[in-house]
Design a protein around this ligand. Sequence first.
Ligand code: CP3
Length: 347
Amino acid sequence: MLHDSRLDDSNLVRAARQQPVTHTPVWFMRQAGRSLPEYRRVREGIPMLESCRRPELVAEITLQPVRRHGVDAAIFFSDIVVPLAAVGVDLDIKPGVGPVVAEPFRTRADLDRLPELTPEHVSYVTEAVQILTRELGDTPLIGFAGAPFTLASYLVEGGPSKNHEHTKALMYGDPQLWHDLCARLAQISGAFLRVQASAGASAVQLFDSWVGALPRADYERFVQEHSAAALAAVDDLSVPKIHFGVGTSELLPAMGAAGADVVGVDFRISLTDALARLGGRYSVQGNLDPALLFAPWEALEAKVREIVEQGRQAPGHIFNLGHGVLPETDPDVLTRVTALVHELSAR
Ligand code: CP3
């Protein structure tokens, strides 16, 4: 549709496509959010889900970290459960807790509460992306969605979970229902990515935040095909695809094989070890421990240097954290890290 607005020459897109860059592109997961006073100000009195449905507010929040830090990409302000709420799932995002589902999904009849997503369900997303691609100029916008496993975990557990016991019980107890649920979630997730890419996002990221709870054999048997289907929904739109999860050291090749151009790496494995496991086939994104943003500058600087150095061995490297920015982070440290990566990697 709006192919012209896609920023094929940006460092982010070029790094994702294993092309030469002028410096290593940087962005931070959860860069838009509570670490920023300007975010807390505009969100005052507006519930999270409601804020995601106001295109002007979404655009403002998405732009805030770009203005402040000079990062190389914007991440669309929304949440992984927004498309679920859009198709009618009764859920809320509770501050300090996360998504909470009123009635957990456990039976085949529950599939009736999960209709397919159409672009009309999320017209406010199309509108916000259109505003953003105008206002961002040369800075690419990353669209995103939650992956089927992580979305299923919220639906089946009813909220955040440490052990994912109900999810695994369903997976093993009724594999057919599990696959049907994930196939539906892959449609929703893929359609949500497609809405953003069609409206002008230059890249997409699929968040499978909690899939590190699975061993590789279970990932391949129960998850991979569904994440692949979600990513395949944007195949014809020529946007690079980033695939990220937490605690996924053992899953990296399988996550790449699901159809990613870029594999997101968390901080539990070095980029060098991740690259060895990935066999040079993918660009990588990562992987500074977000907790190290609280360490003395000298220690943090040494760690950033190490990651930039290791990233030089990759076919393409996008600098990021190994997981999201913590709410108490000093935003000035993020600005400083962005400048440091740019300086260290300038060619
Ligand atoms: O800069 C950005 O990345 C902003 C866009 C964004 C949000 N959520 C906004 C948000 C993105 C990409 C997400 C994805 C998301 N949401 C994930 C995947 C990323 C990850 O962290 O692994 C997950 C697992 C969720 C589910 C979710 N939503 C959680 C765990 C929470 C935090 C709960 C809390 O309050 O600590 C949310 C709420 C949420 N999503 C907030 C924001 C800014 C906080 C709500 C607020 O500010 O009131």
